[in-house]
Design a protein around this ligand. Structure first.
Ligand SMILES: [Zn+2]
Length: 121
């Protein structure tokens, strides 16, 4: 297991960006918890850039409307504008992966609409 950590400063926030192996978080591509963003290092570059931007956005997102779905919409929109190619490749990889589709269906079923991501992770 090897982990690469980068410290990213965004405004007043200091975020730890960790790159981890596929085995550690599969079927996730990444996740964010508090001031830590985690991204899989084996992903194609465009996907890695999209996921990194998406997870970093979660770390600085102070809005609460929409629960975790709102958090995902905001992070996806922000990252899609910055990394459009990564957005399309990530969407394609998700729609063609049974494990990732299952993950999102399970999350939706179990966690409902109102919880925040920190409560989910
Ligand atoms: Zn997210």
């Amino acid at each position: 297991m090897s982990i690469t950590v980068e410290i990213i400063k965004i405004g007043d926030d200091e975020i730890s960006l960790k790159y981890v192996s596929k085995e550690e978080i599969y079927p996730l591509f990444g996740y964010a918890k508090g001031k830590t963003a985690v991204v899989r290092k084996d992903l194609p570059l465009s996907v890695k850039n999209f996921v990194k931007t998406h997870e970093l956005y979660h770390c600085i997102d102070k809005k609460t409307w929409g629960g975790w779905i709102g958090q995902e919409l905001r992070a996806n929109l922000f990252a899609a504008v910055k990394e459009p190619l990564g957005f399309f490749v990530t969407t394609f990889l998700t729609l063609t992966s049974k494990d990732r589709l299952k993950l999102y269906i399970e999350r939706f079923r179990k966690k409902g609409r109102s919880r925040t991501l920190d409560e989910l992770n």
